[in-house]
Design a protein around this ligand. Structure first.
Ligand code: CAP
Ligand code: MG
Length: 425
């Protein structure tokens, strides 16, 4: 194979402009290749090039080529003129900067850590319809974290039992109840029946408690089926839908955002398949960037303490990325101005119980949705008490009290912290 000597896609004197999309990569060259050879291949394959010169090339195409302009150890920044991308089309952008490059022999490892989007490209995306403020308005909750649960067991419950579990969680104090990521319309719990029955119980619980309640029903399915389901939820008075943004894909998410007026709760099941390896794959930060642009209103980001992977630093940086208007740069993150796109509600979930709540509020603030499945339905006194204990833990923390102190006269909380103690995963 003829390897080009000059590195046409590397220019270390280049200063990126406001017209450029910039990627932060971690590049590990393959054995026998220099860093420059590897970087040049990544830049060309993710923009206009291929493994050799082509006679069909035109001079005007050259100025569209990506430029690797900063290299520090394995960290590499590459600038892409935004004309390379179709506005408003997430899969198109991913197919360039996160496409073939991950499978090239020229790299031993390639990790896309973060992306900085130029203003014009950002403006081609709708962003969240509701976001943090919109959810707070719908649920009439001004300041405190929202408390949510997932109906458990995650699969298998018949519709009537599913709706009852949800009802118990709402009357116990949960603001939100969601379907699990793998519940769609299986025979034991068909979507249409579940939507009608569970939303009926949602209204009943709201009336009885005098609090607004929400049901995050999973509409993930083939695009037309998904839209039919979203329309039914709307007809039944539902305000929210849940979408598995990784397994269904970003184009499906964009279809939902474009065609339904429901709040979109984004689950990230399967993200671990490509976000976990620090030297290869796409970071959760990049997933969060695209989720905000495509228009999710709430997004699972991790907890730093629960059963799922994702350390405190990573979760906090993602939390800041999806909630702030202007985000500063760190070792793993590029600076970004979000140009008015609404902030997304961070969801902290996965092995969470009341004992974790002070840690979550201390590290990620009050604009979070704290969600617990096992941590509510596994409470020794059942779902209602489990939900109440979660709310009491939030109230205690907001009031600056320790859980033990507050538990003295809030029995549901006391039995939860006695039962689970300080859980560490
Ligand atoms: C949590 C959960 C969520 C995870 C997803 C589960 O249940 O319903 O799907 O939180 O992970 O199925 O595990 P528990 P992440 O509260 O019972 O653990 O939020 O990291 O995307
Ligand atoms: Mg789940």
């Amino acid at each position: 194979m003829v390897r080009k000597k000059e590195f046409a896609f590397i220019d270390k004197s280049y200063k990126p402009t406001s017209n450029d999309l910039v990627c932060l990569f971690r590049v590990t060259p393959s054995k026998g290749l220099s860093m420059n050879e590897s970087i040049n291949d990544v830049a060309l394959e993710s923009s206009t090039g291929t493994w050799c010169e082509v006679s069909s090339n035109k001079e005007y195409v050259n100025k569209l080529g990506a430029k690797a302009f900063a290299v520090s150890g394995n960290w590499v920044k590459i600038a892409y003129p935004q004309e390379l991308f179709e506005g408003g089309n997430v899969p198109n952008i991913l197919s360039s900067i996160a496409g073939n490059v991950f499978g090239m022999k020229a790299i031993k490892g390639l990790r896309l850590e973060d992306i900085k989007f130029p203003k014009k490209l950002l403006k081609s995306f709708p962003g969240p319809r509701f976001g943090i403020e919109g959810y707070r308005k719908i649920l009439k909750i001004k300041e405190r974290p929202l408390v949510g649960t997932i109906v458990k067991p995650k699969l298998g419950l018949k519709t009537k039992d599913h709706a009852n579990v949800a009802y118990n969680a709402w009357v116990g104090g949960c603001d939100l109840v969601k379907d699990d990521e793998n519940l769609s319309s299986q025979k034991f719990n068909p979507f249409e029946k579940r939507a009608a029955k569970t939303l009926e119980m949602c209204d009943k619980a709201a009336e009885e408690t005098g609090e607004k309640k929400g049901y995050l029903i999973n509409v993930t399915a083939e695009a037309m089926t998904m839209l039919k389901r979203a329309d039914l939820v709307k007809e039944l008075g539902g305000k929210f839908a849940m979408h598995d943004i990784i397994t269904a894909g970003f184009s499906s998410l964009q279809t939902l955002r474009e065609n339904s007026k429901l709040g979109i709760h984004a689950h990230r099941a399967m993200h671990g398949a490509f976000t976990e390896n620090p030297n290869h794959g796409l970071s959760m930060m990049c997933v969060a960037d695209f989720a905000r642009m495509a228009g999710v209103d709430s997004l699972h980001i991790g907890t730093g303490i629960g059963k799922m992977k994702g350390g405190k630093r990573e979760v906090r940086e993602i939390d800041e990325e999806i909630e702030s208007q202007n985000v500063g740069k760190t070792k793993h993150r590029l600076e970004q101005s979000w140009g008015g796109l609404k902030p997304v509600f961070s969801v902290c979930s996965g092995g969470i119980s009341p004992g974790h709540i002070p840690y979550l509020i201390k590290n990620f603030g009050k604009d979070i949705i704290i969600q617990a499945g096992g941590g509510v339905h596994g409470h020794p006194d059942g779902t209602v008490a489990g939900a109440t204990a979660m709310r009491q833990a939030v109230d205690a923390t907001i009031k600056g009290k320790t859980l033990h102190e507050y538990g003295m006269n809030h029995s549901e909380l006391m039995s939860a912290i006695k039962f689970w103690g300080k859980i560490r995963f």
